[in-house]
Design a binder for this molecule. Sequence first.
Ligand SMILES: [Zn+2]
Length: 134
Amino acid sequence: MTGTSGLAYAFMSQKERIAKLKMHAAKAAAMAKFEKMTPNEIAVQIKCLTVSNFLHSKEWRELKAEAHSKYGFRCMCCGYLPKDRRKSHVDHIKPRKLYPELSLDFENLQILCALCNKRKGNKHMTDYRRRRNQ
Ligand SMILES: [Zn+2]
């Protein structure tokens, strides 16, 4: 049976198909980048991808603090300002899973509340900074 995935694809909406193709394109672009990397650079990427390592790394903590001091704690998507600052998340606009090389790129960061961050997940790459600045 080869039909299962084909059938699933047939039932997808146009929007879902485009999203899927975009995801494949992003992965292909990432792979192309990896091929040009030195072993040392790849080691850094692996470190970035290991969630526990990354989120507790000195580099990420410092960058997160920098993002909060530049942007504050207000959600850039819904405008909510959490009383508990721990609920103000520093989000990767382009998800780390797909763009590990942007894990520590300040330009890839935005402030989101816990709810908006959860809603965004790895599926969307909406940059809410632009929308708020307009
Ligand atoms: Zn929000």
